[in-house]
Design a binder for this molecule. Structure first.
Ligand code: GLU
Length: 391
């Protein structure tokens, strides 16, 4: 065997910890262990029937061939319609590319836009894959730490301070993974002002836009003003709102020149997203939307239950998320590195949660409550016993 000298771009990154831990939890379950998994942000609901029926029909109709790299024209049109209807963003199908999940839309963006020397501002706690994607593209992630004092949100001043002449992109994610925080319309407007003044790009990851609680609203930064629109790129997907994680359908919307560049990369990487899956996505956007609300209401009940349970555990605290299906907990009183806390919790109590370290923050951990109430209640009993034993 020749010497295996891996490319430096691979050695500089780590595997996705959310996927590693959820795979470990699944493997333990397969061994017969009773594991309560709160690891991957994956809704436990089945994909709604009308979406599955549309994909089945597409299969029966022979939609099993290669398709256009940027996506089926009908889906690109449906996405443009959705962005207009739901987000007040005026895009044509030429401004949209269908990608292999929301994750791959960001991967394509980073590789089409970022080059060595470019800085990308990422507020922490961040979703595990943002900095790694920037690194793979050869850029420099500039991490701006936030704390519970500002509800884990970046302020306009902090953003302004982080901007340098090398800044090319700011990554905004609201509702946020991992904190569940939602930027208010006023906060979004203030951030848009900084982006416009500095003349940088902002990518708005809106994958959790439909999962909101307690009257929180989602404003897309591109809808703030025509100037904000000119600086905005949208990333979104079907996984969370429609419980379609395994389908791998997402999209990117932005200037057509950028979309063409991402499409050029995609033509050499994946050719196109699974053709019949795209017909399921069309049904998701154009069919009845009550399934989204039914799932949201289930998350809302679980959210209240889990907040109550965590707050009753001496030594733990949490802020109140207004979106997504994550509870971000403060474990700093236990004075254990978050990685140790989570791996011991998994080994001793068979409860899987994600250490803050994965999200660029310490003294914290993320609990995904996209799981059934029984698992939530049993898991919180075990978490309580674990914290008691280690306090
Ligand atoms: N985005 C989800 C999470 O954060 C799924 C896993 C992943 O893609 O990272 O858990």
């Amino acid at each position: 065997m020749p010497q295996l000298k891996l490319a430096e771009r691979v050695t500089r990154i780590n595997p996705s910890m959310t996927l590693v831990i959820s795979a470990k939890a699944k493997a333990m379950k397969a061994e017969g262990l009773d594991v309560c998994s709160f690891s991957a942000g994956e809704p436990d609901f089945d994909t709604p029937d009308h979406i599955k029926a549309a994909a089945k029909q597409a299969l029966d109709e022979g939609k099993t061939r290669y398709g256009p790299t940027a996506g089926e024209p009908a889906l690109r049109q449906a996405i443009a319609n959705k962005l207009h209807r739901d987000n007040h963003l005026d895009y044509s199908p030429d401004n949209v590319i269908v990608t292999n999940g929301g994750k791959h839309s960001l991967y394509g963006l980073m590789n089409a836009l970022i080059e060595p020397g470019d800085e990308v501002i990422i507020p922490a706690p961040y979703w595990v894959s943002y900095p790694e994607m920037v690194t793979v593209a050869g850029g420099t992630p500039v991490i701006v730490n936030t704390t519970a004092d500002t509800d884990y949100k970046i302020t306009p001043d902090r953003l302004r301070e982080a901007i340098t002449p090398r800044t090319k992109l700011f990554v905004l994610n609201s509702p946020s993974n991992p904190t569940g925080m939602v930027y208010s319309p006023e906060e979004i407007k203030a951030l848009a002002q900084v982006v416009i003044e500095a003349d940088i790009w902002v990518v708005s990851d809106e994958i959790y836009e439909k999962i909101l609680y307690d009257g929180a609203t989602h404003l897309s930064i591109g809808a703030v003003s025509p100037e904000a629109f000119e600086h905005t790129i949208i990333s979104n997907g079907f996984a969370k709102a429609y419980s379609m994680t395994g389908w791998r359908v997402g999209y990117l919307a932005g200037p057509s020149e950028l979309i063409q560049a991402v499409s050029k990369l995609q033509s050499h990487a994946t050719s196109n997203v699974c053709t019949f899956a795209q017909y399921g996505a069309i049904a998701a956007l154009e069919g009845p939307q009550d399934c989204v609300e039914i799932m949201r209401q289930a998350f809302a009940k679980r959210r209240l239950a889990i907040i109550e349970r965590v707050r009753a555990i001496p030594g733990l605290s949490c802020s109140e998320p207004q979106g997504a299906f994550y509870l971000y907990i403060d474990i700093s009183k236990l004075e254990m590195p978050s990685l140790d806390f989570c791996s011991q919790l998994l080994d001793e109590k068979h409860v899987a949660i994600i250490p803050g370290k994965a999200f660029g923050s310490e003294g914290t951990a993320r609990i995904s409550y996209a799981t059934d109430m029984d698992t939530i209640l049993r898991g919180m009993d075990r978490l309580e016993a674990f914290v008691k034993a280690h306090s």
